[in-house]
Design a protein around this ligand. Sequence first.
Ligand SMILES: Nc1nc(=O)c2ncn([C@@H]3O[C@@H]4COP(=O)(O)O[C@H]5[C@@H](O)[C@H](n6cnc7c(N)ncnc76)O[C@@H]5COP(=O)(O)O[C@@H]3[C@@H]4O)c2[nH]1
Lengths: 186, 186
Amino acid sequence: NVAHGLAWSFYLGYLRLVLPRLEDSITAFCATHQSSTSFWGRGNRKLLILIPLNANISHKLEDEDDSIRFYDNLPNNEIDRAGVRGRVYKHSVYRVQDEDGKGYNCAVEYATPLLTLYNMSQESRAGFGEPERRQQVLLFYTTLQDILENSLECRNRYKLILLNDEHEDDPHFLSKAILRHLQQQE
Amino acid sequence: NVAHGLAWSFYLGYLRLVLPRLEDSITAFCATHQSSTSFWGRGNRKLLILIPLNANISHKLEDEDDSIRFYDNLPNNEIDRAGVRGRVYKHSVYRVQDEDGKGYNCAVEYATPLLTLYNMSQESRAGFGEPERRQQVLLFYTTLQDILENSLECRNRYKLILLNDEHEDDPHFLSKAILRHLQQQE
Ligand SMILES: Nc1nc(=O)c2ncn([C@@H]3O[C@@H]4COP(=O)(O)O[C@H]5[C@@H](O)[C@H](n6cnc7c(N)ncnc76)O[C@@H]5COP(=O)(O)O[C@@H]3[C@@H]4O)c2[nH]1
C-alpha cells in the first residue's frame, strides 16, 4: 500500500523535522516583516497542509484562486541529511482574502507525496492507475492523521485540510477552505 | 510494499528533477572552484547514490571514513513545488582519497528514503520490523535500478552503489567502495 509508506515518509522525513521549528520561524518572520504581524491570527501559527482528493496539485496557490497571493518565504532551516550538507527546508507564506477583503497570513502548502501518487498513476510501470488513486489519497490522509495525533513533537502545530474536489468550479473554493480553518481557530 | 512506493517517490520527486541539471551544476561549480577542476575525473560527473543494505545512514560522510572530506556544495537549484516557492535542491561535493593519497571529487549522498525505511522499522506502529528491512532495501534498489534504466532524463547521470555491510569493520570501507566506482569510469 503505497499511501501508507508515503504517509510515514512524510512524517519521519519532513513533518517531524520542521513542525517543532515552525513557531520560531514565524516569530523570526514577524520580526523582519513588521507590517505583517497583524495578519497572523492566533490560530494561524500552524502549517496548513492541503490534501486534495483528486491529487491535483498546483505549484503556486495563486494559480488556483485569485483571493490568494504569495507573500514571502519563512526563513530557511538548514539540516544535514544523509550526506547532503545544509539541506534547506522552508515554507511559503500566503495572504488569503475573505469576501469582505480582510487578509489573513498563513504558512500553507500541498502535501508533496500526493504529487508522487498523481505521477505514479500516470506511469503504467508504477503499477497503479487513476481508479485506485482516490482510495490511496484517503488512505494517505487517514494514516497521516493517525500518526500526527500520536506525535508529541507535532501536536497542535499543523492542520490537515482535506479538499473535496466537487466544488472545484467555484473560483474561490481554495481560499474559502483555508479561511474556514483559519477562522475556526479565532 | 513500502520500498516500491519510496523508489518511485525518489525518482518522481527528486532524481527526475535534479539529474538533468547536474552537468550544468558541476560546470558552474568548477568555474567558481578553479583549483578543484583537476579532481573531477571524466566519470565523476554523475551523482553517486549510496544504498547501504542495513539502511544505516550517516548525515556526514566523513563520520564514516576519514579518507572522505566534505568539500563544498554544488550551486542551489530553486524549483516551485506544491506551494513551496523556490524549494532548494542541492548536492554536496566530497573529496575522497585513495590509498596513494590521490584525491577525487564527487557529488555523493545516501538514498534518503532509506532513512524512512530505517525509522519505520523502529516504530512499532509503522507495521514492519528489522527482519523485513533488509528485504525492503533490496526491493528499493532493484525497483530504482529498473526505473532509472528506463528513464531518458536520468540515463548516464547517476551511479547506484549498493553497500554490503559485511566489511563495515574496515575503516576505509566507504571510500574504497566509492573509489571502485570512480576509477571504473576512467
Ligand atoms: N514540502 C516539502 N518540502 C521539503 O523540503 C521536503 N523534504 C521532504 N519532503 C517530503 O517528505 C517526505 C520524506 O522526504 P525524504 O527526504 O525522505 O524523501 C525525499 C528524498 O529522498 C528526495 N528528495 C526530495 N527533495 C530532496 C532534496 N532537496 N535533497 C535530497 N533529497 C531530496 O526525494 C524524496 C521524495 O521527496 P518529495 O516528493 O519532495 O516529498 C518528501 C517525502 O514525501 C518535503 N516536502
